[in-house]
Design a protein around this ligand. Sequence first.
Ligand code: GDP
Ligand code: GDP
Length: 440
Amino acid sequence: MRKATVAIVGRPNVGKSTLFNKIVGTRVSIVDDTPGVTRDRIYMEAEWTGRRFMLIDTGGIEPATDDEILKGMRTQAEIAIERADCVILMTNIHEGLTAADADVAAMLMKAGKPTVLAVNKVDSGGQPPMDFYEFYNLGLGDPVAISSTHGLGVGDLLDEVFAKIPEELFQENEDDSGSLRVAIVGKPNAGKSSLVNQILGEERVIVSDVAGTTRDAVDTSFEKDGKTYTLVDTAGMRKRGKVDEGIERYSVLRSLSAVDNCDVCVIVVDANEGISEQDSKIAGYAHEKGKASIIAVNKWDLIEKDTNTMKQFREKVNLELGFMLYAPQIYISALTGQRVGKLFELINFVHEQNSMRIKTGMLNDVLGEATMKVQPPSDKGKRLKIYYMTQASTCPPTFVVFVNDKELMHFSYLRYLENQIRGVFGLEGTPVRFIVRERK
Ligand code: GDP
Ligand code: GDP
């Protein structure tokens, strides 16, 4: 279930972002009107020699002094130790080795973290210059000379990295443990830890703190009403995390990777503050990744209520997270435990919806009625014909629509079909996808 993860660590300007972009490519998926986490390129999926993995760029803080550089790099290394299976420590040939590089190399070694040393900006190819050999002093084994801008040596670098990651992390085997993986995500202080503690306080924890093979992020499994659940990435929640949650970039990163590794995503929102930009980023990512989602409005105990308060809040959330109107909202208090039991009913419910399989016959009955009610669009005298529709996969439900001419299919008509399908089958809490195919 968990994907292999690689982090790039290094001083400002050594070329981390350039390498990141080289590896993930320039593909940027922009899915209708969801907030653009994919444009904020700190955490993205990549592929090399048929293996998929997640890549983290730990950079992004702009330090002014040498002291700050070291502090920033230590934070990066902590994130890498917590998040990644292998680290690329990046330096560059122009600036040579610095004390900060040595400090961070020592940190990574002490943590036993598999690390590959990359020396960037060796643009000429061929034999590396003499200065290159200085990098052996870090004690990280053979450095790899690369040029991120020209793409030189990047393949060799990734080969080295992959050699240090257990092969099974590249296999996309479904989690067959029968455990439902739940991610509790949201911004700092929304009440995630309190919610996790509230949940675990009541239940018998069966496997606690199962650490990943080479990283510190931990999941916690427990049993409730005869079912097994796993709370994803509870490391920083049960006790304070090592990395300062206050650094927004990193608290987002933590939530995004939890989303990647879950079946159901509980987005915890602070009722006092409403939906923040960070909340929409996380929600947008869950949407793009096709996850089942629930919006849990927390600290509801603190809100002064009259008969309309919840309704008004619902409308506000719908407005802010308009791309996710399918997600149920639940109003909870992690502190008092109010509706936390109900939250579990919802978790199971949205998971079922996300896994729903609809028979082709039933789907086409809906399609027939839908096209009768509202004709498919036409352009220059040619009308879209929809022959039939079938569900190709689940999690999220994905429908293949066979048509006479793809160009004639409008986004708005797909929206309409989606609504018709939802009207009949529900599909609450899950995004749905359409693939339009031509059949002559
Ligand atoms: P970051 O701060 O570590 O993310 O560094 P950037 O990726 O932003 O790169 C810093 C600067 O170095 C930019 O001007 C890049 O164009 C340049 N740069 C990055 N990689 C290379 C390289 O392989 N060769 C050369 N000559 N310049 C590079
Ligand atoms: P996290 O950073 O998202 O893990 O948030 P915490 O669980 O650490 O909570 C942040 C603060 O909000 C703490 O002081 C909690 O006691 C408080 N808090 C969390 N949930 C609730 C709630 O439902 N009601 C109230 N009144 N306070 C809460």
